[in-house]
Design a protein around this ligand. Structure first.
Ligand SMILES: Cc1ncc(COP(=O)(O)O)c(C=O)c1O
Length: 391
């Protein structure tokens, strides 16, 4: 049986996979079963922020000499070191980290914390956004995602984008009865084709949360670790979330990990109401990779952010000359609006034919190149996209 047929037979998938068999990642490129190499400008949807073949991450795995496993209820010094470093980097007053295996678990922990701390059961989220695949995360998702699950959590209200003054007024109205546990959002909504909230929206949202005792959960699973040109997207708005969800690029794609950060105040209120035991949460090898990554980020932070800014500027200049209806760019999170979903899919397919992997979401082309992208591949990728639009 060929791979396609056995994939269909043995793997549970809701949708057909893309017609590409990944067999390797080297020198920043992704290799398929035919030995063909691609520029990967999806980065596993904001996972491989530091490129494929990142030496500091590969070395962390190769040089690992620690225990095979550490049970969650034992002491393990690298966990404390990782939590301490996350607290140093994170926006606002986030100081306490809960261990998780990925983004969905980090979000679910955040929702549970909000319910336990406030004693409230309702949530507010942004319509059409994505926060993972647990029943909690699905319950705060769009109607379409909720539909197959009649027993989901109830009372999750959605706010329509664009996130402007009108949306702020809707949030204020929803929070006024003081019965909402938390508002959850990506501070730059990458899952809504890089929806960039207005500064006024974020300001009024933060004030309304504070006024009504509602927790503010920033889901930075995708936007965290430099993607939007700041280490965390919350920083664009000087946002001080009560809870922060992290995953994906925390290990740059080299090991599974999630983290939920809270302020000491929230942790105090939570007390011993929940422990969030996670068998594989912060496995020691994943912890070693994340620690190596955070050390690398700390050592290169200024240069990395400057590089992202320069690369973003170059890509913006090139994209502005192409026939798009609009561009939404924040750092290296980029959505290019085309005329239709068909057009976006067609252009993305042509780019793939020419060895550039980009995404097509609704009528937008999605570009998430590695943050370490060099000028030569940046030009090469833009040349491919330009030709794909012309052909
Ligand atoms: C914003 C956001 N939150 C949560 C998740 C879920 O993360 P994971 O797939 O690691 O469970 C994702 C995944 O794409 C995401 O983009």
């Amino acid at each position: 049986m060929n791979l396609k047929d056995s994939d269909r037979q043995y793997l549970g998938r809701g949708t057909e996979p893309d017609d590409l068999e990944v067999t390797g990642t080297d020198h920043g490129l992704l290799r398929d079963g035919k030995g063909r190499r691609y520029l990967d400008w999806l980065s596993g949807w904001c996972v491989g922020n530091f490129g494929w073949g990142a030496e500091h991450l590969r070395d962390a795995i190769r040089d690992y000499r620690g225990p095979d496993y550490v049970p969650p209820h034992f002491h393990y010094a690298p966990w404390v070191e990782l939590a301490r470093r996350l607290a140093q980097l994170a926006p606002g007053k986030l100081r306490v980290a809960w261990r998780a295996t990925g983004g969905t678990e980090a979000v679910d922990i955040a929702l549970q914390i909000a319910m336990a701390v406030t004693g409230r059961a309702r949530f507010v989220a942004i319509k059409g956004s994505y926060h993972g695949n647990s029943i909690g995360a699905v319950s705060i998702a769009d109607e379409e995602a909720r539909a197959p699950f009649p027993n989901r959590l109830r009372g999750c209200e959605l706010v329509d984008p664009p996130l402007d003054a009108d949306a702020a007024a809707r949030v204020e109205k929803l929070l006024a009865p003081r019965d909402v546990a938390a508002v959850i959002l990506e501070p730059i909504v990458l899952n809504l084709n890089v929806e960039i909230p207005a500064a006024e929206f974020m300001k009024r949202l933060a004030a309304a949360c504070k006024r009504t005792g509602t927790l503010l959960i920033a889901d930075e699973v995708a936007s965290g670790f430099g993607r939007t040109g700041k280490l965390f997207a919350s920083e664009h708005y000087a946002l001080k979330p009560d809870v922060l969800c992290l995953a994906k690029a925390i290990t740059g794609g080299y090991a599974p990990m999630g983290a939920t950060l809270t302020t000491p105040g929230v942790a105090r209120k939570l007390g011993d109401k929940a422990a969030f035991y996670s068998t594989y949460g912060w496995h020691p090898i994943a912890t070693a990779v994340a620690l190596a990554n955070l050390k690398w980020i700390a050592a290169h932070q200024r240069a990395l952010l400057r590089h992202i800014e320069q690369t973003s500027k170059y890509l913006r200049t090139r994209l502005a000359r192409m026939p798009f209806k609009a561009l939404r760019i924040k750092g290296l999170a980029i959505a290019c609006e085309t005329d239709s979903a068909e057009r976006a899919a067609e252009v993305a397919a042509r780019c793939k034919d020419k060895s550039l992997l980009i995404g097509a979401e609704e009528h937008c082309l999605m570009l998430f190149p590695p943050l370490t992208l060099d000028p030569a591949p940046a030009k090469f990728g833009m040349d491919i996209l330009e030709r794909a639009l012309r052909d």
